[in-house]
Design a protein around this ligand. Sequence first.
Ligand SMILES: Nc1ncnc2c1ncn2[C@@H]1O[C@H](COP(=O)(O)OP(=O)(O)O)[C@@H](O)[C@H]1O
Ligand SMILES: [Mg+2]
Length: 284
Amino acid sequence: MIEVSSLKYQYQNNDSQTINDISFDIQKGEVFGFLGPSGAGKTTTQKIITGLLTNYEGDIRIMGKNRSDWGRDFYEKIGVAFEFPNLYMKLTAIENLELFLSYYVNKNDDLDMLLDNVGLLAYKKKKIEDFSKGMKVRLNFIRAIQHNPDIIFLDEPTSGLDPVNANIIKQYIKRLKCEGKTIFLTTHNMGVATQICDRVAFIVDGKLRAIDNPKNLMLQYGKREVAIEYIEKKKVIKKYHAIDGIGENSEFLDVLKNNEIKTIHTSEATLEDIFIKVTGRSIQ
Ligand SMILES: Nc1ncnc2c1ncn2[C@@H]1O[C@H](COP(=O)(O)OP(=O)(O)O)[C@@H](O)[C@H]1O
Ligand SMILES: [Mg+2]
């Protein structure tokens, strides 16, 4: 759905390149996450692909067609939720949706259902100036998808949300994926990336440092150990053993046979550990 190759971008008033030769593909039905610290170039990349920034170098193809060959119909195919909701404060929730929808050919006759999906139906006639941050973010999210786009760009979709609201958005993203939508999100939240992304790309200083499925990354860079807690002489003992050769590890096997086991689990690195290992940088 999205093919980016050798993308470079420099802001006019900057003396160095913000995007330094990045390449990646996003498949149909995939939730793809750009993961990186603040200032890495996540938003810039999305702005280039969605057409807010031009004068880039490199190739971008969307649904097989060169980015620059798309006309206005491009905006029917994509939905964009910016990090900072740009809603009309004096209008109500439903008026905001209707106004934005009027720019599209694709119509949606069930805005109530969309509002209900994010817990906002009861507030449809409330003005945005009376909305909390979490309510604005949720409304901004459904505004981005209300014309039923095939590709959805979400810039920090759970930023500033409490865990309950963040969960509503995460579940909604999974549901859109099940409907066959392609989702390109940015985040500096490792939990979000681990929970909902099929693949993540680590971005630092406008360069991609790794692209893979979070599980593969964790297996590749994790320690591959088993942590076991057991009781010995009324005390809880915790030991780590390498997974490789565990079947012949007599110490481990003896404990399994002879002791009461409290917990046993494989220990994989978190995505955060791996980010630091791969990029040499902290995500925060
Ligand atoms: N309008 C702009 N003009 C000049 N530099 C910018 C502009 N917007 C962003 N930048 C710079 O580009 C870099 C990447 O920014 P951005 O893409 O917003 O990062 P992220 O979304 O990963 O936090 C930062 O160093 C930022 O200061
Ligand atoms: Mg950003």
